[in-house]
Design a protein around this ligand. Structure first.
Ligand code: TRP
Length: 324
């Protein structure tokens, strides 16, 4: 039997090339060998209460990117977390077997407390429990995530083991499958590419916007003037050439070192590469976006199929826990 993949992503809106190279590309590939369930986790987004008025739009934009990138609603279940409310039921039940001490020790929780001391809500503490509920509600065994999510996956396994010990076996132990791509650094050349750092290149941007955006990027700090020799190995633009101009790496490195090209030229070469690579994606996205009602249908169908599995699991869990 095929393994079952589950992954969730917070509804951050239009996706960027870092999301694509990191997560989306592996989601697409996994569809060949697994039954896949991909979920936009809108309830998790509420733990930080930022931009909740954008949740609807962000969810749609994100799904458009997923679909255009090749996530296939005929193969995979694509849905919105809150559309299958059983996850909240399971979250409550799992919270009874999760020692509070475990949750207070999670590194991401401690970070959030520092980041939003004015909003240390109960849901924030339970974030890993809700994430565990996501995974085990669908009895998923394979969880593609980035390295930053490994502590949450460890917690999920601990909760599953404790549940099994107390009530018997219902859930498989979920295993992380690292999305192995190297971390994509943002245009600031410092931090991981992310929308919130405003250092990203959106997949759905126009070619002109992409070129403009890439022109704002930081490059090798030692190259102050056009004729200064460059150091491709420390330049983030050069690291992006690995993905978008893999055939021209040596040529670009030599020209940069010898100052035969300046940073502006180099950025233009990158922008051309990105635009070439994303052209088919952008065409598909525009086509999908103008089909009336299509994205809503994908969500409705995904929720229907997810619900069938969720109902069964909840029934089993309640029986095991002795609920009358
Ligand atoms: N916490 C994950 C993140 O921030 C999102 C997420 C929620 C998730 N539920 C999940 C990931 C279940 C994998 C499986 O990226």
């Amino acid at each position: 039997m095929k393994g079952r993949v589950f992954s969730g992503a917070r509804p951050t809106g239009k996706q960027h090339i870092g999301n694509y190279l990191g997560a989306i590309q592996s989601y697409v590939k996994l569809q060949q060998d697994y039954d896949c369930i991909y979920c936009i986790v809108d309830i998790h987004a509420l733990t930080t209460l930022e931009d909740t008025h954008l949740l609807k739009e962000n969810t749609r934009e994100m799904m458009l990117d997923w679909l255009a990138a090749g996530l296939d609603p005929e193969k995979s279940i694509l849905f919105i977390q809150s559309h299958v409310p059983e996850v909240m039921e399971l979250h409550t039940l799992l919270s009874m077997v999760t020692p509070l001490g475990w949750l207070l020790r999670v590194a991401t929780f401690k970070e959030k407390v520092k980041l939003q001391p004015h909003n240390v809500n109960y849901g924030l503490v339970g974030y890993p429990v809700l994430m565990t509920a996501d995974i085990v509600l669908y009895k998923a065994d394979t969880i593609p995530v980035g390295e930053d999510q490994l502590p949450h996956l460890e917690m999920a396994r601990d909760i599953v083991r404790r549940f099994t010990y107390l009530f018997g076996e219902v859930f498989p132990e979920p295993k992380a499958k690292l999305t192995t791509f190297p971390m994509v650094i943002g245009l600031d050349g410092e931090r991981k590419m992310s929308k919130s750092c405003d250092n990203d290149v959106e997949l759905a941007a126009s070619p002109e916007e992409t070129t403009q955006r890439i022109r704002t990027a930081f490059t090798d700090p030692a190259r102050q003037y056009r004729n200064d020799p460059g150091h491709p190995e420390v330049c983030n633009i050069y690291s992006l050439h690995h993905f978008y101009n893999p055939d021209r790496l040596d040529e670009i490195a030599t020209q940069c070192r010898g100052a035969a090209i300046g940073c502006v030229d180099c950025k233009n070469i990158l922008a051309e590469g990105v635009n070439r690579d994303l052209a088919p994606f952008r065409e598909r996205r525009a086509e999908i976006a103008q089909r009336p009602g299509y994205v809503d249908e994908v969500f409705a169908d995904g929720a229907r199929r997810a619900h069938v599995i969720a109902k069964e699991t909840i029934k089993e869990v309640k029986e095991k826990m002795g609920l009358p």
